[in-house]
Design a protein around this ligand. Structure first.
Ligand code: NOJ
Length: 746
């Protein structure tokens, strides 16, 4: 049961369930049908609105929430209309996408998942919430919880990667960070678990395309992060856009009503994705707007985001007896309950001076820098090239992203945000005062088809570099590299190359970056590659030819400082990949938790692969290096035989065997050898990031019980736990070799 953890009375005592219900009932009893429908409508803010002005709609009580507006003055102006002029004086909820920071930008969610440290995500989202709330926002459309196993899918950047166990841990942490101890806690916002569900499995990795997932895949792989968010008390859910098994997610009663409400007991409210109720017609599901409104509401969408379909049709559907007042009330109730819990009736207005005080807090920058440190993954470090000595001479920083604030802050900025990141170039220069750091960007990179955000924000459009200028920039970069002894290449993707409507058919470095990299490497310099990107890239050539590679992702406002801290040894990297890196796009989707085939992997001729080359990952799930070394040994099971339903503990010892302090992420994997269904080759069932001084040893302990050993069985059509033999591994990535055996008996 999800109780959304109480609520508050404008900063005072937490309200009980009964108090909230009584206040909601009192409101409902005096609302007209039109006003009730109004609460179910979320409208675009002033600059995005078409048709009647938001002020007018709000004055009539025709809106429960406003999105795509980011201006405290305008929030207050609209709120004043809602609470002083609308019939029942119900305050508005102001909502926006605050995905990885409001003003202080944190690493993108995929990067934060690379920390394998849920407290990183929790602290980041707490800072994001504090700034967003100070700006007058109440509700964020995050966390994004879609499991993503296809690196081509652009929205992989917004989630926590491919694994349900890691994803569930990050989901709960983000909800705690955004919402605080209870809904309505000061300096926090309401979170939204999105996009329910299955969106990450789009056919071909093409955003918005249909998804076909069995119930077993949904329940075992795609639902766990959502379930975890629910258990952490998330206030709202967002329904996804795409068809799930031929039923659009925003009209999908199996998802929204049967699973979320009835089975899981969710008590908050469900908002559709933008325009998704209206899109039920476009998707060839609903006959017309009226049918769309009817079926979305019946399926369990409480609030219509921006499509205006509820506003146009719900009241008429009630008058025609196709919907009852009870149907409408059931949707209105949880929306009002969130407003009551958030204390909006007592404190509807934003303090317009607060944001500047909050967003400039030094601790926010400090948190952002730590989050960036902990998110970065060292992929290669041949011959200990890294860390570089601070006495380095003749250093050059090269690449189109080296001085890009946009690429450093990454995908999904809040509306109106001006990127203000410390770039990698700036970070390196600040780290080495007095050293002359040469710089050349090389040719720019850009998407062939412009991002949809360019349409929304035309001011972000830049004229393309001419072929002559690009050629000159290329030659200048080579000349700068030639004059250097050490070259830091900063390559990857622009911020608009991942995210919504940003899928790719290639995982190559876009533009001429690969050519530039190869030519710089051919000069025989000491080359370090720093990657800024929002998805796994097919860097097979670099993995063979560049001695050191740091996956910095899109590291946020403090990204450049954090990269410099790592490159020059002030911080030892300890992140691990939350996604498999395929060798190339044609290998996607590629993920570690596949089931066995009838031709085991070591059969070279028949194994599941293409004949052109290996389809094993370039870098496996869970992988990441450190400047020190670790051993993991002495795997011990508290018992080698247990009964179905009982638990055991699994321990191992991890030791820092190197010369510097560092972090290891100890990971536990299992495999069920036979049973009602075939089970994945390996499944993550425990992890812990530990910091160890040189020579230090720690014992790490995990529990395996029914939650870890059971699963939703396709053949039985229910949750079960088989009596079966299990392999258990503990190690530093998904190839862990330290092995034990467990017998589960009935
Ligand atoms: C569409 C996106 O799919 C969703 O993630 C986002 O929250 C909404 N637009 C609102 O901006």
């Amino acid at each position: 049961m999800n109780d959304m953890r109480g609520g508050q009375r404008g900063g005072d005592a937490v309200l009980s369930e009964a108090e909230v219900a009584a206040r909601v009932d009192a409101l409902i009893s005096r609302m007209s049908l039109a006003e009730k429908v109004g609460q179910l409508c979320q409208i675009g803010g002033v600059s995005f609105a078409e048709g009647p002005k938001p002020e007018e709609i709000i004055r009539q009580g025709g809106a429960g929430s406003v999105l795509w507006l980011n201006d405290a003055k305008q929030f207050n102006a609209l709120q004043r209309i809602a609470v002083e002029e609308s019939p029942s004086r119900i305050p508005l909820l102001f909502a926006l996408d605050v995905i990885h920071g409001y003003r202080t930008i944190f690493p993108v969610p995929l990067a934060m998942a690379s920390s394998w440290d849920p407290s990183v995500a929790e602290r980041a989202q707490a800072v994001a919430a504090k700034e967003a709330r100070a700006a007058g926002l109440h509700w964020t459309f995050g966390p994004m919880l879609d499991i993503a196993r296809d690196a081509r899918w652009g929205r992989i950047v917004e989630g926590s990667g491919e694994d349900p166990y890691l994803g569930a841990a990050m989901a709960a942490a983000q909800v705690r960070g955004f919402q605080g101890p209870h809904l309505g806690a000061p300096d926090h916002v309401v979170a939204c678990a999105k996009h329910f569900a299955g969106y990450g499995a789009a056919d071909g990795g093409r955003d918005y395309d249909p998804v076909f997932l069995s119930e077993a895949q949904l329940r075992n792989v795609y639902f766990p992060p959502f379930r975890s968010a629910l258990e952490a008390g998330v206030g709202t859910f967002m329904s996804a856009y795409m068809d799930l098994n031929n039923v659009p997610a925003s009209g999908n009663a199996f998802l929204l009503r049967d699973t979320l409400r009835t089975e899981w007991g969710f008590q908050g409210f469900v908002v559709s994705d933008a325009f998704a109720v209206g899109s039920l017609v476009t998707q060839g599901f609903a006959r017309d707007g009226s049918d769309a409104a009817l079926r979305a509401l019946k399926a369990g969408v409480d609030m219509d985001m921006a499509s205006n379909t509820y506003a146009q049709h719900l009241a008429k559907l009630v008058r025609e007896d196709k919907l009852s007042i009870a149907d409408i009330d059931a949707a209105v109730r949880p929306i009002l309950a969130v407003k009551v819990r958030m204390g909006l009736f007592e404190h509807p207005y934003a303090d317009e001076a607060k944001l500047e005080k909050v967003a400039t807090l030094a601790e926010h920058r400090r948190e952002a820098r730590i989050a960036a440190h902990r998110s970065m993954v060292l992929l290669k470090n041949e011959g200990g090239v890294l860390p570089l000595p601070k006495t380095v001479k003749n250093l050059a920083v090269i690449g189109p992203l080296a001085d890009s604030k946009e690429a450093t802050e990454g995908s999904w900025m809040v509306f109106g945000h001006k990127p203000a990141a410390v770039t990698i170039l700036e970070g390196v220069r600040a780290k080495l005062p007095g050293v002359n750091v040469a710089y050349a960007p090389g040719p720019e990179i850009r998407r062939e088809v412009p991002s949809m955000f360019e349409d929304f924000f035309p001011e972000t459009k830049r004229p393309a570099q001419s072929p002559q200028d690009a050629e000159a920039a290329y030659n200048a970069a080579i000349a700068v590299a030639r004059a250097a002894d050490t070259v830091i290449m900063v390559l990857g993707e622009n911020a608009d190359m991942a995210g919504e409507a940003a899928s790719r058919d290639s995982l190559d470095l876009p533009g001429r970056q690969q050519e530039l990299l190869a030519e710089v490497v051919a000069l025989g310099k000491r080359v370090v590659l720093v990657l800024l990107n929002g998805r796994p890239l097919g860097i097979t050539w670099a993995a063979q030819h560049v001695p050191a590679i740091l996956e910095a992702w899109e590291p946020g406002t403090e990204g450049g400082n954090a990269v410099a801290d790592i490159l020059f040894g002030d911080v030892n990297p300890g992140g691990k990949l939350p996604v498999t890196f395929p060798r190339k796009a044609s290998h996607a989707p590629l993920y570690y938790a596949r089931t066995l085939t009838h031709q085991p992997e070591d059969n070279p001729r028949y194994r599941s692969r293409y004949w052109e080359g290996l389809t094993t990952p370039l870098y496996p799930f869970g992988f990441g290096l450190s400047y020190t070394t670790f051993t993991i040994e002495k795997l011990k099971l508290s018992s080698s035989k247990i009964q179905v339903g009982s638990s055991l503990s699994v321990t191992a010892q991890v030791t820092n065997t190197g010369k510097v302090s560092g972090d290891e992420v100890v990971q536990l994997y299992i495999h069920q050898r036979s049973g009602s269904d075939s089970r994945p080759l390996r499944e993550l069932k425990g992890f812990e990031r530990v910091s160890l001084n040189p020579g230090e040893t720690r014992t790490v302990a995990f529990t395996l019980g029914p939650d870890e050993l059971g699963y939703w069985s396709a053949s039985a059509g229910r949750w079960l736990q088989d009596p079966a033999a299990f392999d258990v591994w503990i190690g530093s990535d998904s190839r862990a070799a330290l092995h034990g055996e467990l017998d589960v008996v009935s």
